[in-house]
Write a protein of this length. Structure first.
Length: 452
């Protein structure tokens, strides 16, 4: 027989903790408003929490699957709060233009000839770029933000770091964009190469099932050194182990070690801070001697250094032409980006991923993006890949709109973004907006080259 027990009594103090605090609803609403990634002019005029920093993104043309009524009104992006964004589309659709507009909103102060919003504190920017190396190399299009024909626009400082073997070529390439752009060889101080950075490069970002043969030896040395790791200490320990390694192991190890050694500053050659407020830093690893796996590993290291740097302002990371190096094959870089997007609020980070091939982008990254901007494309495979991973209610009519988008027009999907309706301020939710992206106030370097 089960003994009867008296019901547990709860104290008034205990129950009070389960009630809504008087200002809970107001606090939650304020937090949602101030963190909205995109909002309309009407919302901006009504909500004080959005008026710290913002930039003009474009104009809303039509809304779908929602009761929003902000047609033909300016649309702003929130540059005061962290966000993550995916921008995709075929060449010539306006993708690079949109990315340039987003960077302007975070780095260029508004002026009479550039009324693009409000920017009290310009951000610090990092661009990852990997293009075709050699004599036909083209500049990263983000570098054109260093140029403007408007007299009262002050472009941000742009610094480009390149591999030593491509330094002379890329210095000429960027000098043709603007003499203001500073190009320097990418070098690391030995103190920057901790065990985690070293492991990233030696493993070339691979998955555990595709690790190089020499990694067992590397891991043994790293475990032995522990928190006393130094690059010099590792090389000394490795020298004694190389005698027991076979030819296949030595070949791969020597290749990775040679690349790493070439990136370490020698003697008294200093490595100054690459990141500063109001500055755009571009890491351009376009080089016939740097493969996409090595580029991804170096990008992984640089992202960690960027996150750690105290710059006294917010940060923006642009993963440009991401389809060339951001895939499941380069697991280390993917893992680093996923972790950064998940924790972006703690690092004051904005992440923009630009690609011509969305199916290459790992699904988890698309699912984490708070803003997805679609420029023109006609691939059903792209559409199906994206449709499964965004919250918007997308049908065949929406795909038809994407296929027919004019250059510079885009469809934006962003559930937490805020607009006005007859009922007041509402989020975009599962709806979407067709918009026209504004003009640039700096030079647009992505224009197509025509015969006449």
């Amino acid at each position: 027989m089960v003994a009867f027990k008296e019901p547990v009594a709860y104290s008034d103090n205990e129950l009070s903790l389960l009630e809504d605090a008087p200002d809970d609803n107001a606090t939650a609403a304020s937090h949602g408003t101030s963190n909205a990634p995109v909002f309309s002019k009407g919302v901006l005029s009504r909500e004080d929490g959005l008026q710290a920093q913002y930039g003009l993104l474009g104009k809303a043309l039509t809304f779908h699957q929602t009761h929003v009524d902000d047609i033909n009104k300016p649309v702003y992006m929130n540059t005061n709060a962290p966000l993550s964004s995916l921008v995709c589309g075929v060449q010539g659709s306006g993708k690079s233009h949109t990315v340039g507009v987003m960077l302007e909103n975070m780095l260029v102060r508004p002026s009479a000839n550039a009324p693009i919003g409000k920017l009290e504190k310009p951000l610090c920017g990092l661009v990852l770029y990997y293009g075709q190396g050699g004599p036909t190399s083209l500049p990263c299009e983000a570098a054109y933000i260093a140029c403007s024909s408007k007299p009262d626009v002050v472009p941000p400082e742009v610094k480009v770091y390149v591999s030593s073997s491509s330094y002379n070529t890329l210095r000429r390439v960027y000098a043709a964009v603007s003499p203001r752009i500073i190009v320097e060889p990418l070098m690391f101080d030995e103190k920057e190469l901790d065990a985690e950075a070293f492991l990233s490069l030696m493993a070339v970002g691979g998955s555990p099932t595709s690790m190089p043969l020499y990694m067992n030896t590397v891991m043994d040395i790293l475990r032995t050194l522990g928190d006393k790791f130094t690059f010099t200490g590792f090389k000394n320990a490795l020298a004694s182990k190389q005698r027991t390694m076979n030819t296949n192991q030595l070949s791969g190890l020597d290749q990775r070690l040679s690349l790493l050694t070439s990136l370490v500053a020698k003697g008294k050659q200093g490595v100054w801070s690459r990141f500063n407020p109001g500055q755009l830093t571009i890491i351009d690893l376009s080089d016939p001697f740097v493969d996409h796996a090595s580029a991804a590993s170096l990008f992984e290291i640089l992202i960690r250094l960027f996150v750690r740097e105290n710059v006294g302002t917010g940060k923006v990371l642009l993963v440009d032409e991401a389809h060339k190096y951001l895939s499941e094959v380069n697991a280390g870089l993917v893992k680093g980006l996923v972790g950064l997007i998940r924790e972006q609020r703690h690092y004051a980070m904005r992440v923009i991923i630009s690609t011509q091939e969305p199916t290459v982008i790992p699904p988890v990254i698309i699912e984490l993006c708070s803003v997805v901007i679609l420029h023109r494309f006609s691939s059903p495979a792209w559409w199906e890949h994206l449709k499964k991973r965004v919250p918007a209610e997308l049908d065949s009519a929406a795909f038809d709109k994407v296929v027919r988008l004019k250059t510079g027009h885009a469809i934006m999907l962003s559930a937490p973004s805020l607009f006005l309706s007859n009922a007041g301020v509402v989020d975009l939710g599962r709806g979407y907006v067709v918009m026209r992206v504004r003009q640039r106030v700096t030079v647009d370097g992505g224009a197509s080259v025509m015969v006449q």
